[in-house]
Design a protein around this ligand. Sequence first.
Ligand SMILES: [Zn+2]
Length: 231
Amino acid sequence: MSLDTLPVYRGLRVPRVARWSAEQDITPRVYLQGGRLVYRDPDLTRVSTQQGALWRVWSLAPGKGVPLLANLHPARQRRMMVRSLCQVCGLSTATEAAAEGGQLVLTGSGEVAGRGPIEEQERTMNPPLHLACAWESVRRCPHLLEGYAAARVTDARPWGLHGILHAPEGRRTAAGDLAVALVSPAQIAYEDSRLPLVLAGQTILELTGVRPVDLRVEAARAGLDGAEAGR
Ligand SMILES: [Zn+2]
């Protein structure tokens, strides 16, 4: 994997999935048509309809402005979740997952203090990582090690979408039936009949075959730099 190609900010390499301040939410108004959300522009609706729902529209400008590490760019997050790409370097995690008995997943991202281990059938919006990439990320901020839970999972099943659920009835306007937000944020499963009423921003995976791991131990076993420090 080539960490050297990652965008750099103040000397630190920034995970590919992170949103940058120059990347803006340019989602236009949302309308209801035939029981589903649409934009006025049919071409924009077509390219923005993915996984059975309409997606928010964000501009792409990785590396521009300031990285917002707690924010995932919706289009990059979706691509990484669907293709099992590493959220840090953007390359496939398939080879490492096959060799190590599952994809490496981190959850918890610090805001959940002292959270427990990742559980069977837990849902996540965090794309997988390579061990080296995960280690590089948490080493930059050692306190993150305490806030994260890590696991290898044998199956990360597509579960559904995270976004804004809209009412099935819109508000009549001259331009069409304007969609009315109902629940935000909402998590709606792919098999839920309300999926076409979600304005999506993230893909959700359900984790099964979960084997919690200690990232520090895994890093030491792999001989990664700094893994022995602080033990
Ligand atoms: Zn990676």
